[in-house]
Design a protein around this ligand. Sequence first.
Ligand code: INI
Length: 168
Amino acid sequence: MRQLTGRADATGMRIAVVVARFNETVSERLLQGALDALVRHGAAADQVTVYWVPGSFEIPLVAREVALSGAVDAIVCLGAVIRGETGHYDLVAGEAGRGVARVALEQRVPCTLGILTTETMEQAVDRAGGKHGNKGADAAVAAIEMASLIRSIRGEAAPLDRATPAAD
Ligand code: INI
């Protein structure tokens, strides 16, 4: 049996970040976390493009256009949907998440979900560089790993065997 995984190495990768301006203070922190993580994992700054959209609802369409351009290896989607601030939380959160998943599957480009869905602003801040980490950074690393794994499945890069724990 073989167990394969992706490399957390963005060297040579072209990455797009689509970020929603709504709840901008949170989005900015998610973006900072994502950009730091991309650079830390070897992405070149000139290979990363950030697309700002009005709100999380708009993320899937821009992600789809970027995917269709064929110019990226992965797309990181960032936003903050906060229930306390909206009457249509479920609609925005649901459509954003479903839309991002759909773009990934239909366009065959890894799209990762760094769209926070929380009850309160405090919970969002906690997940945007606060006590629960930075989900923007997590989404960026997931995008790199997925792009790497997809490349190896397509025969464009050497596969990476997953290190398995020693047997008891
Ligand atoms: N967009 C968000 O990204 N987060 C939210 O919390 C939010 N609220 O509260 O409504 C939100 N709404 C805007 C929405 O994404 C669209 O931009 C808007 O409906 C225009 O299509």
